[in-house]
Design a protein around this ligand. Structure first.
Ligand code: NIG
Ligand code: FE
Length: 399
């Protein structure tokens, strides 16, 4: 049992059963000044104003010194398990080559797949773990990690085993996604590879929680995606990469197959918003990759205006977003997507937890949820962490 007392601002309070925020609601969260919070067996057991603080006698007590206590970040879309680096392509990018041009020159996803093929499972684990540990130190408490740099049965399963091992090592919850359909693996024709992905599904389903397809121009078509998702029914819930490079139809096929989320959405029209209306699918935007690749930012405001919710995630990967800093993602949501600090905060906590099926456990201050919390230094609030976006603000992460 533990009591955190003298909390200057307890924020992100949501009622039980609230699994996502949508539309106007996304701009609101409940807060309490001068508060305490009790943790029992790793879960939030109660909280209230300091005037009602239980006796600290005989309890483990932490003086928050007036800092803010908030739910930790949830990052529903990463590719943080990868081998080596793509810093050589960074120079090509600086010289002006686009993501597609770099891929066409042998860079991109296939470059990472070649590196991963030459890297042992043990080494892949050892290279990837520090990246996840850095994310945790920056306040991420639950994350999703995708395969997709294997692109053949052995290497895809190697990635999924490494993801599982990372989940067993770190105190954060790790969800795993089979993204065999990230690019066509070497030595296969397009059609052969789609068939190979379908054959990998039963084995992948033993290790992964979700299935993903890069449904975009130059990668996989709506028809490929539908075939893979049809074969995934009853095995894995979809989360789809859609509309990063073109208006791809990926949102519609994702919604049709009950995807938990459709992600990227740098390019969308009214039709995507219509397809999402009334669905259980969470639109997820990845401003870190818009920033790094110089792509348009997702039209989050239009989605909110249509009554939809929006999640934000880091997309941490070596090609389009080499950062898992969710506070920066939140700041980009405000600065470049014109979300209010509270809208961006709900996008990186409750809605992102929803986008990986974890919002019953994570994403808000709610009695019964995991006590996965960030305690800040004194003086911070949700606006300041987005505004003064580089000043260290975390005093302690509770996991
Ligand atoms: O989400 N868009 C597809 N996949 C990743 C990039 C992967 C890479 O370039 O290595 C993404 O941006
Ligand atoms: Fe991605």
């Amino acid at each position: 049992m533990m009591i955190i007392h003298n909390i200057g601002l307890l924020t992100g309070i949501q009622p039980q059963g609230k699994l996502r925020t949508e539309g106007i609601e996304q701009g609101f969260t409940e807060s309490m000044e001068n508060a305490w919070l009790r943790i029992e067996d790793g879960r939030i057991a109660g909280f209230g104003p300091m005037s009602t603080c239980p006796s600290l006698f005989g309890e483990e007590a932490i003086d928050a010194l007036g800092g803010m206590l908030m739910p930790g970040f949830c990052d529903s879309h990463t590719h943080v398990v990868y081998a080596g680096s793509r810093d050589g392509e960074f120079l090509d990018k600086i010289k002006g080559l686009s993501y597609e041009e770099i891929a066409a020159r042998g860079g991109g996803i296939l470059n990472s797949a070649d590196l991963l093929h030459r890297t042992s499972e043990e080494e892949l684990y050892r290279e990837s773990l520090p990246r996840v540990e850095e994310m945790l130190a920056k306040g991420t408490v639950a994350l999703e990690i995708k395969s997709g740099y294997g692109l053949n049965p052995e290497d895809e399963l190697k990635m999924l085993r490494v993801i599982r091992r990372i989940g067993q090592t770190v105190p954060a919850t790790v969800k795993s996604t089979f993204l065999g359909a990230h690019a066509v693996g070497r030595g296969y024709t397009h059609e052969e590879y789609v068939q190979a992905v379908i054959r990998m599904l039963p084995e992948a389903a033993r290790l992964a929680d979700f299935v993903d397809v890069f449904c975009d121009e130059g990668f996989f078509t709506v028809e490929d995606t539908a075939r893979i998702l049809e074969a995934s029914r009853g095995l894995l819930t979809p989360k789809i990469h859609a509309n990063e490079l073109a208006v791809s139809g990926g949102v519609q096929v994702g919604v049709r197959f009950g995807a938990l989320s459709v992600d990227h959405l740098e390019r969308t029209t009214e039709a995507e918003i219509e397809a999402l209306r009334g669905s259980a699918t969470m639109p997820t935007m990845l401003p870190g990759s818009s920033f790094f690749l110089g792509l348009p930012y997702g039209k989050a405001r239009e989605f909110l205006r249509a009554g939809l919710g929006v999640a934000l995630a880091s997309d941490y990967n070596p090609g389009s977003s080499p950062s898992g800093d969710m506070r920066f993602v939140m700041a980009l949501g405000c600065i470049r997507m014109r979300l209010t600090p509270v809208e961006a905060f709900n996008a990186v906590t409750l809605n992102s937890a929803y986008a990986m099926g974890l919002s019953e456990e994570y994403g808000s201050v709610t009695v019964g949820k995991r006590a996965a919390l960030i305690l800040t230094h004194p003086g911070w609030d949700l606006t300041k962490i987005a505004y003064q976006y580089q000043t260290p603000f975390i005093r302690q992460v509770f996991l």
